[in-house]
Ligand binder design. Structure first.
Ligand SMILES: C[S@@+](CC[C@H](N)C(=O)[O-])C[C@H]1O[C@@H](n2cnc3c(N)ncnc32)[C@H](O)[C@@H]1O
Length: 290
């Protein structure tokens, strides 16, 4: 099953090879595609008061500050090759994964008639250590990497200096107001970031990111939109004092509706398999502000 999953969602950015070899493969693929079609709705609290909102966001900041200090590259892609003690030998593999993600985005935008080389300004929201900012900077005029974690931003700056990339800057955003105060961009991209914030926070961030897209600009954004058994109760969440890496879901109707309510037209919704688990659904949306 996983082999088929890999062929659908795996590492090749450009493959056009159809999945047609053998009926067993096709049956497995069909089972994967159909796995959530009769799934029940998710119970999710989406609204909280301001104090609670700040508390939830502060917790995200504390967690990522810790992860950034302990093991920044591994916290971005949780593969043991990218642990602190082994990242030096695998840094090229780490950035190669970012190149693949940017190549996929480039292909999505090309299908919408846009060339990355025409993008003058891009924001990489939740940029981590620059895994996407660096390959994006090679193809666009200028990139602003934005993150809530100073420790990740420090690593990102070091990575940019090592590579000698000059058209990337970084900014620490600790609040949604910090995002809203930013300039507008031709392209806003955010991959594997929203999912680490509770749904009420995700929604506010998504609104703020949509508002930072210029008229005529594009949004390329990923969220986990389903997980079997997921629910979100603010009360339950606040009673959990651990600072583990949070994993949350934004149901697809809320994800798409929020983007549309901000005046963007959805051009593509693509399955992306970012969770590496068939329990989840993860999707990337390409949207345009006309
Ligand atoms: C899994 S990493 C992904 C990094 C990058 N997008 C990539 O794909 O390489 C998640 C990053 O998002 C950042 N992040 C999470 N929540 C955030 C928020 N509310 N505001 C800004 N950054 C956030 C974390 O600090 C971390 O650097």
């Amino acid at each position: 099953m996983i082999k088929v999953f890999d062929r659908f969602f795996g590492n090749s950015a450009t493959t056009e090879e159809p999945c047609s070899s053998g009926s067993q493969n096709l049956e497995d693929a069909y089972a994967i595609i159909m796995r959530h079609v009769t799934a029940p709705p998710l119970r999710i609290d989406t609204h909280v008061d301001q104090d609670t909102f700040q508390r939830l966001l502060k917790r995200v900041e504390t967690t990522w500050a810790r992860l950034g200090q302990e093991d920044a590259h591994w916290s971005v892609i949780t593969d043991d090759r990218f642990r602190k003690h082994s990242i030096n030998g695998h840094i090229d593999d780490f950035f190669a994964m970012g190149e693949v993600d940017i190549a996929r985005m480039e292909a999505s935008l090309a299908r919408a008639g846009v060339a990355l080389s025409d993008i003058e300004t891009a924001m990489d929201f939740g940029c981590g250590v620059g895994r996407l900012s660096i390959p994006l900077a090679r193809k666009t005029g200028h990139v602003l990497g934005v993150d809530i974690s100073a420790a990740h931003l420090q690593e990102a700056k070091a990575n940019v200096e090592n590579i000698g990339c000059r058209n990337v800057e970084f900014f620490k955003a600790s609040s949604v107001a910090d995002i809203r105060d930013l300039q507008k961009f031709d392209l806003v991209i955010s991959l594997i970031v929203l999912q680490h914030n509770p749904p009420p926070v995700m929604l506010e961030i998504l609104n703020a990111l949509c508002a930072r897209v210029k008229l005529g600009g594009y949004l390329y954004i990923q969220a986990q939109t389903y997980r079997s058994g997921y629910h979100y109760s603010v009360q339950e969440d606040l009673s959990d004092s651990s600072d583990k890496m949070e994993m949350h879901v934004l149901p697809q109707h809320l994800f798409l509706q929020t983007i549309q309510d901000n005046g963007l037209t959805i051009l593509e919704v693509m399955e992306d398999g970012a969770a590496w688990s068939l329990d989840y659904r993860s999707q990337v949306v390409v949207a345009h502000k006309r």
